[in-house]
Design a protein around this ligand. Structure first.
Ligand code: ADP
Ligand code: MG
Length: 685
């Protein structure tokens, strides 16, 4: 326990009551306090003479009290203190409401700095409730850049700032310098003490920038060291080698030959499985590139060696679909396949759990239900996570814990920048499937306005008349709790289509609020060809595979991100037929339209992801909470990527030199790493 662990209540000016308020902001110790960086700053550096004041501006004035303040009681609950002040140029009135005590602080003949908004009339300027300070005292709340902290009832900016000031003083020399001197020099980073002082109480804009740079770097550096440290421990774990079986029966059972890219991915995986360390591999391939078959190959190999595999999908629909595909493919090869989703009856869940525990089920497909504590495996050897970006890293870790250092395979259609991939996925090896199965034709994509609606309906009929099937997608407003009307609008849309527009066709609706069983029934009948038009929300966005579906219509296309549209478009063009995607634009400005036009021109998921990233930034790109990115104090994954790259490089170098962070000079860093591990237990890779 160092000084930094002191509870805030023992800091001068805080006490028990205020400590409670601080606790609401997550500030419990001195360390928390000095790490509670301002959320903004108020620039109060401008000091003007009274004659220079412009109506409405905020600035400081240095002036002398010209006469005693006058207190007048206007009515009950309202009193006003007025005081004339002067400088060499002119005179001004300072006015305070309900602050009767200020009067005695305004000593005639004394000079003060007042900071506030300039009001009053021409020739008679006035400041109401200004911040004031004796000119003779060092600047604290005037004449400088002032921090603005996150607030809660029971605290004020002044109390907060004073506590931080006391806190910084109390820290003395305890603020650890965790950046090695060489790193600090190379990246030209400010010193610790300077940085903490200036992030709270910047001497000037430049010092603030220097402080920010250093603290951002430091945070990324500690994160990078933590990840690297964890990885090196991971490496020490030895997984069980898989004796890779003869894969010929598997290849023979596949209804097609693997593409070259699929085969390469499978070969990578088999090599990993046979190795000493547990596999940690990402298979990245555009929608429709055939990732499922690659996963099936991995599962087949592990199961043939007598161990179990778990395949985790992000939605029930997808789990159900994979279950069907894999059952069809692998059961004839003697693999016992099971399904475990939240939608099953309690009885069926229990039965499946029993089969997993006994080892009877060799490959289980499931959703988050697989993570439940009551799920145990006899010998879990492989974890496959499909469409990984939808899972929190935490969840994948929870699954890993159910086995003894199982091999991990994650599959994603979303190309993400390497820098972020390192953090979200850890140090994964990557196989890229950069080739689509043969005979695929690109999906023709059109952008149309409302005026083309009748022609679109005729187009839908044409597809159905040819025996094909159609998706019609509405934005996913329905998923949000704040928008209960969203679901209504989807239902109305479906009703309109089935009763008025296509009364003679088979129209069905699927959305996220349906019971899993109902959802599965609808999807199964669509897959069986018993439904012509499936009206859907984005629940069908990922993975759904119905090769007979050839037309995707997206309403209000401007409300979707491009990557999301690409996923939706990927639901068609999966069979031998020419497929089409029609985007209906409801509103959106010129920029949105241009974005959609660009989307129509390319089928390349990688380009689209890059475009999306450029437009929306990674925060949006990953969605918010489920992103797998840890919470940061000052650094931002959206805007500080360059800094992240530098920090990663620096961390790598340091850990190569001192893998266990055992050198004495790395002790403070090691402590921070432990703290970060503690804080993010289970969420980091
Ligand atoms: P994704 O990579 O989007 O998960 P899927 O695994 O769902 O893609 O495969 C898309 C479709 O392509 C499926 O209908 C699958 O049967 C088919 N497919 C996969 N690999 C091949 C191949 N090598 N040749 C022909 N069709 C394939
Ligand atoms: Mg898929």
């Amino acid at each position: 326990m160092g000084v930094l662990d002191t509870e805030v209540q023992f800091i001068k000016g805080v006490g028990e009551q205020r400590a409670k308020a601080f606790a609401k902001l997550g500030v419990e110790t001195l360390r928390d306090l000095v790490m509670a960086f301002p959320r903004a700053y108020d620039d109060r550096t401008a000091v003007k003479t009274i004659a220079e004041l412009q109506f409405g501006e905020m600035c400081c004035v240095s002036a002398t009290v010209a006469a005693p303040a006058r207190l007048s009681r206007v009515r009950k609950g309202l009193d006003i203190t007025k005081c004339p002040v002067v400088d060499e140029t002119a005179r001004m009135t300072v006015t305070f409401f309900n602050q009767s005590y200020v009067g005695k602080n305004l000593i005639p003949g004394e000079s003060y700095i007042f900071y506030g908004r300039v009001g009053g009339r021409i020739g008679a300027p006035e400041m109401q409730n200004p911040v004031m300070e004796r000119e003779a005292l060092p600047p604290a709340f005037t004449r400088r850049i002032v921090p603005v902290y996150r607030m809660t009832a029971g605290l004020s900016q002044r109390v907060f700032a004073n506590a931080v000031r006391q806190g910084l003083e109390k820290c003395g020399e305890e603020l650890p310098e965790q950046l090695p001197e060489s790193v600090r020099k190379r990246y030209q980073l400010a010193q610790t003490r300077f940085s903490y002082e200036n992030i709270h109480f910047p001497r000037d804009a430049e010092s603030l920038e220097l402080a920010r740079r250093r603290l951002i770097f430091e945070e990324f550096f500690v994160l990078s060291c933590t990840l690297a440290f964890m990885r090196s421990r991971q490496r020490e774990k030895s997984g069980k080698r898989v004796r890779v079986p003869d894969m010929a029966p598997f290849y023979k059972a596949l209804p097609y030959a693997l593409t070259g890219a699929q085969q390469r991915a499978v070969d990578d995986i088999l090599r990993d499985l046979a190795g000493e360390r547990p596999m940690s591999r990402l298979v990245q391939g555009d929608v429709g590139s055939g990732k499922t078959a690659v996963a099936a190959a991995a599962a087949y190999a592990v199961v043939q060696d007598g161990r179990q595999a778990a395949f985790m999908a992000p939605t029930e629909i997808l789990a159900e679909q994979h279950y069907h595909t894999l059952t069809e493919l692998l059961t004839p090869l003697g693999v016992r396949v099971g399904l475990l989703t939240g939608g099953l009856t309690a009885k069926r869940k229990r039965e499946e759990q029993g089969r997993l525990k006994s080892g009877e089920t060799q490959l289980v497909i499931g959703t988050h239900a697989l993570l439940s504590e009551s799920v145990e495996f006899a010998d879990l050897g492989l974890i496959i996570a499909d469409e990984q970006h939808r899972f929190g890293v935490q969840q994948r870790a929870a699954l890993s814990d159910k086995g003894d250092a199982p091999h991990v395979l994650v599959m994603s259609a979303t190309p993400i920048p390497r820098t972020l991939a390192l953090i979200v996925y850890g140090d994964l090896d990557v196989s890229v499937i950069n080739e689509l199965p043969p005979g695929r034709r690109t999906v023709e994509t059109y952008l149309v306005g409302e005026d083309k609606r009748q022609r679109l309906y005729a187009f839908v009929r044409k597809h159905v008349a040819q025996g094909r099937q159609v998706f019609m997608v509405c934005p996913a407003v329905e998923e949000s709790e704040e928008n209960p009307d969203g679901l209504k609008s989807v239902k109305e849309y479906a009703k309109e289509l089935s009763e008025k527009v296509f009364p003679d066709l088979r129209v069905a609706l699927v959305h996220g609020k349906l019971k899993p069983k109902e959802k599965n029934e609808v999807m199964a009948s669509f897959a069986a060809g018993d439904i012509d038009i499936l009206v859907a929300t984005t629940v069908i966005e990922v993975g759904v595979d119905v090769p007979n579906a050839t037309l995707m219509v997206v309403e209000n296309a401007d409300r979707f991100g491009l990557s999301q549209l690409h996923q939706l478009r990927g639901r068609v063009g999966r069979g031998p037929y020419q497929s089409t995607c029609v985007l209906i634009r409801a509103g959106g400005g010129e920029a949105a339209t241009e974005r959609l036009r660009a989307f129509c021109r390319t089928n390349d998921g990688f380009k689209i992801a890059e475009e999306d990233l450029a437009i929306r930034g990674p925060g949006d790109f990953f969605g918010s909470r489920q992103s797998g990115l840890p919470d940061m104090n000052i650094a931002s994954f959206a805007t500080d990527l360059d800094m992240l790259r530098s920090a990663q490089a620096a961390a790598k170098e340091l850990l190569e030199d001192d893998p266990g962070l055992a050198k004495p000079e790395n002790a403070p860093l090691r402590e921070s790493v432990s703290r970060m591990l503690e804080k993010n237990r289970g969420t980091l890779n």
